[in-house]
Design a protein around this ligand. Structure first.
Ligand SMILES: Nc1ncnc2c1ncn2[C@@H]1O[C@H](COP(=O)(O)OP(=O)(O)OP(=O)(O)O)[C@@H](O)[C@H]1O
Ligand SMILES: O=P(O)(O)OC[C@@]1(O)O[C@H](CO)[C@@H](O)[C@@H]1O
Length: 304
């Protein structure tokens, strides 16, 4: 079973403003709400690919109830720990460019933390635990490292999509798959990465530190997959980017959907990239039809 863990879920409030003026009254031309948070997005895209998962994490208030209700309607299993405050509302402002304002989220108590740890202690051999998204400020910064250690002890595969130096600690636990984007990869090593050539040596460093497979997404510039055996580079199709929020999560879900069905790693990468692009080209997360349409357009070459 795949378990996704979202420590800080959200309602994503996508707001379109034609000609945004800071300091003025602006009117929305269009607005729409979605359940959000990286692990939750992974669960939603997995479901569309026909793969079951269970969404874990902390959720609370009217916003949390909305997220849970949406997941229930989509037939996604949840086992959230309920907290006192409201889950956050993250604003995704679409003007000429995309601007995001993410909330803090509710405070998590020690008792609630213990409950989540218990859930991870109950993982079984061959389960997959996806740790994705930021760590709420009320939790210790090494919380993912702790969860990853417990999951590995249980024999589960760990998948990580988290930004910041904490990834370097988690990598030492030997995660099965990690997916930094090129900016996050650069931040890890205090360098600026603009091209696949610049990204490769740092992706390889993550492998040396313990990761089994590393995907580096570079938005419209393509993506890399670095495994213990080879390095692959994928092109991404050209298209009209409507909302790239969740594109990275869709890549993770597309990759996992193939792996969990014993698919080949290059095909998993192809489906991952197609899912990411299909999400970038839609207002919401990708549909399965969009993913299938894009799969033949993804070219993957093996690098020497
Ligand atoms: N402009 C784009 N054109 C085509 N595909 C895109 C574009 N932006 C994103 N994608 C697709 O989505 C994947 C992930 O994108 P990106 O590198 O932006 O991840 P990310 O920064 O983790 O995303 P997010 O945090 O918004 O979920 C890319 O590998 C690509 O397949
Ligand atoms: O604040 P975090 O946890 O880093 O990111 C949260 C978030 O921006 O990530 C998802 C897209 O990847 C959105 O659904 C959500 O709003």
């Amino acid at each position: 079973m795949i378990y996704t863990c979202t420590l800080n879920p959200s309602v994503d409030y996508v707001v379109h403003v034609q000609d945004f003026q800071l300091g003025d009254l602006n009117r929305m031309s269009y607005d729409v709400k979605f359940p959000g948070g990286k692990g939750i997005n992974v669960s939603r895209v997995l479901k569309r690919a026909g793969v079951e998962s269970e969404a874990l994490g902390f959720i609370g208030g009217f916003t949390g109830a909305y997220v849970e209700e949406c997941l229930k309607e989509e037939g996604i299993s949840t086992n959230f720990i309920h907290v006192n405050g409201d889950s956050r509302i993250n604003i995704k402002l679409k003007t000429k460019s995309e601007t995001e304002i993410n909330g803090q989220g509710p405070v998590i108590s020690n008792e609630q933390v213990r409950k989540l740890i218990k859930q991870v202690e109950n993982l079984q051999n061959d389960d997959v635990l996806v740790l994705a998204g930021s760590i709420p400020s009320s939790l210790p910064s090494d919380f993912y490292t702790k969860l990853s250690k417990i999951a590995k002890k249980q024999g589960a595969k760990v998948v990580v999509d988290v930004s910041g130096k904490v990834l370097l600690d988690i990598v030492e636990q030997g995660p099965f798959f990690i997916k930094p984007n090129h900016h996050e990869l650069g931040e890890l090593f205090d360098v600026t990465i603009e091209t696949p050539e610049e990204a490769i040596p740092y992706g390889q460093r993550l492998l040396e530190l313990g990761a089994e497979n590393v995907a580096i997404s570079m938005a419209g510039k393509g993506a890399l997959l670095i495994t213990r055996k080879a390095i692959y580079q994928a092109t991404v199709p050209k298209g009209n980017v409507k909302n790239s929020v969740g594109a990275g999560d869709s890549l993770v879900a597309g990759f996992l959907a193939t792996i969990i069905n014993n698919g080949e790693i290059v095909e998993a990468f192809r489906r991952g990239v197609a899912s990411g692009s299909a999400t970038a080209f839609s207002l919401e997360l990708c549909t399965q039809e969009d993913v299938e349409r894009l799969i033949p357009k993804i070219e993957i070459k093996k690098l020497d």
